[in-house]
Design a protein around this ligand. Structure first.
Ligand code: G6P
Length: 360
């Protein structure tokens, strides 16, 4: 309704702005009486009994799942696979002996994901749904629910649900790691609070993002998003966002993979939006930028504080290396929003798309 949108021109912009408070709400919702991060004990037990986690999702939730896989493996030491829900039903991988299933779905209604849940339940395996909608179909039908606490998301292009998913996945990995007796080398609660502040800084940088959108995307017919490691997964989400609302053909790529074919598409002026937040691979990704620039690309480098170089277009406030997706996605959301606006697109209701897709 108009009341909910308040003074905002679009739900998408409102939802982008809500992200700092969403992260803070999540931290308090998942903090116990002792002041520690915690999740439902039954979910921790489900993790204890499992030998492998299978994440099932579609769209933006799938992209959050890829980040979640990193958290589960690197923080909690749980072997994890991520699968596209629409593929999983007829192309099921060989399952481990004790699989645990995590369905990530903002709406809790996506038919592609639900058909997998139905099959998995029939096989008798334990299931968790991570959703933003209490009482949604996948929440009711799974054994357990992890709530996103992001508040209703109205814009078709998902923004705050993605950052909420990333945060709840980080919390889940942290809590499970500790339950396994693993030491976690950082204080996640504190790091999430630093990330919430960093997101606020980005939300307050709209003018710069609008300029970037105008400079790089106002007239281009395509765009590339590149990154390595965590930045690669965020690049996939950045490209999806841009496609969804601006109809610019966009691809997210692992920096090193571009040269194995797709670099043929680089022409004079092709925008290549590049994320540089992962220290270990920062030289490699900068090398990839040089490769595309040599072929005429117009590079837009978004780097993290401490890793910036002179011609970078924007410097992201520093957050913990595992939480960079929470901040690096923000400029991509905003750039997509302004690119769509410049091109006269209907930001909240893009053509051909629905908020939740209840057909397979
Ligand atoms: C639709 C929406 C996407 C969303 C996907 C998965 O295609 O347009 O924005 O990411 O469904 O939705 P879910 O509710 O399962 O996260």
């Amino acid at each position: 309704s108009d009341i909910e949108k308040g003074t905002y021109p679009h739900y998408m912009l409102k939802e982008i702005d809500e992200q700092p408070s969403v992260i803070r709400n999540i931290v308090s919702a998942y903090t116990n009486a002792a002041g520690e991060l915690s999740i439902d004990e039954a979910i921790v037990n489900a993790f204890k009994e499992a030998d492998r986690l299978y994440i099932i999702a579609a769209g933006t939730s799938l992209h959050a799942g890829l980040i979640g896989q990193q958290y589960m493996e690197k923080v909690a030491g749980i072997p994890t696979e991520v699968h596209i829900s629409s593929e999983f039903g007829y192309n099921m991988p060989l399952l481990s002996k004790k699989p645990l299933f995590l369905f990530i779905t903002q709406s809790g209604e996506t038919a592609d994901s639900r058909q997998v849940l139905v099959k998995i339940k029939a096989l008798g395996y334990p299931t968790i749904t991570m959703t933003n909608v209490p009482g949604s179909t996948l929440s009711r039908e799974a054994d357990h629910t992890l709530m996103l606490h992001a508040g209703p998301e109205i814009a078709v292009a998902s923004t705050k649900a993605y950052t909420a998913q990333v945060a709840v996945l980080a919390i889940t990995a942290d809590v499970v790691a500790k339950a396994f007796g693993r030491s976690v080398a950082f204080d996640l609660k504190q790091e999430l609070s630093i990330a919430a502040n960093a997101i606020q800084t980005l939300v307050d940088s709209k003018e710069e993002m609008e300029t970037i959108a105008r400079d790089f995307l106002a007239t281009s017919r395509n765009a590339f998003f590149i990154g390595r490691n965590m930045d690669y997964y965020v690049s996939l989400e950045g490209a999806l966002k841009l496609k969804e609302i601006s109809y610019i053909q966009a691809e997210g790529f692992a920096g090193g993979e571009l040269k194995h074919g797709t670099i043929a598409l680089i022409e004079e002026g092709t925008p290549v939006i590049t994320l540089v937040t992962q220290k270990q691979v920062s030289l490699n990704i900068r090398g990839n930028v040089k490769e595309v620039v040599a072929r005429g690309a117009n590079p837009c480098i978004l780097s993290m504080e401490g890793m910036e170089e002179e011609d970078d277009r924007f410097v992201l406030p520093k957050v913990h290396e595992l939480l960079t997706p929470l901040v690096s996605v923000l400029p991509l959301q905003l750039i997509s929003y302004y690119a769509a606006l410049h091109r006269g697109c209907d930001v909240d209701k893009p053509r051909n798309l629905a908020k939740s897709v209840t057909v397979e």
